[in-house]
Design a protein. Structure first.
Length: 201
């Protein structure tokens, strides 16, 4: 499996400053915003984001003139990381590669829900991110199908919607979420033959 080109990778590269000090501030702001959105949702304070990043509010606005700019940049950065992970995980055996990537996708959904609250689903950046996610996960699914370990009557869109639906549900704790996800993935995996019966003594 080769890397991309993923549309979101071009978006991320075009937004990140070239100067080292400016790039360092930009990366710190993205990390802080990701953390704040995960904790407080889409209405997290921009002043809090700047404080977490260790920069002034003016630096935040120079990099992200509007709240939407910050949302979009966090969203694109998360998807870009997810796409890179798909390429790296492709070295694993097919079923492990697919499920390991879905684990990353599940973690990503926490930020995605917060960011998507402020974005139009049909915006240009959302379409680029969606195309990139399908382009990253699709080959992993197809490889698992070709290996005979995943049912062939599904597409990557079906799989991601299933996982999105599960992660959007309230659970008692992560253990319950993981248990429900495991049950769902059992329905994705092809049936394995039952062990041969032991001969009667």
């Amino acid at each position: 499996m080769t890397a991309g080109p993923f549309p979101v990778s071009e978006i991320v590269a075009s937004r990140r400053p070239h100067r080292k000090d400016a790039a360092r501030n930009y990366d710190a702001l993205l990390a802080a915003a990701r953390e704040a959105f995960a904790e407080k949702g889409a209405e997290a304070s921009l002043e809090d984001v700047a404080r977490r990043a260790g920069v002034g509010i003016g630096t935040l606005y120079r990099n992200f003139p509007t709240r939407r700019d910050l949302f979009e940049s966090v969203y694109a950065d998360e998807v870009n990381t997810l796409c890179r992970a798909a390429v790296e995980l492709a070295e694993l055996e097919p079923w492990q590669a697919l499920t390991s990537w879905l684990d990353r996708f599940t973690d990503y959904m926490v930020t995605k829900r917060a960011v998507r609250d402020a974005l139009n689903d049909e915006s240009e950046i959302f379409q680029a991110c969606r195309d990139s996610m399908y382009g990253a996960g699709g080959p992993l699914l197809e490889r698992a199908q070709q290996a005979g370990v995943v049912r062939t009557d599904m597409e990557i869109g079906d799989l991601l919607r299933m996982v999105s639906g599960i992660t959007g549900t309230a659970f008692e704790d992560e253990a319950q979420r993981d248990r429900v996800m495991g049950i769902a993935l059992d329905g994705v995996r092809t049936a394995r033959p039952a062990p041969l019966a032991q001969p009667l003594a």
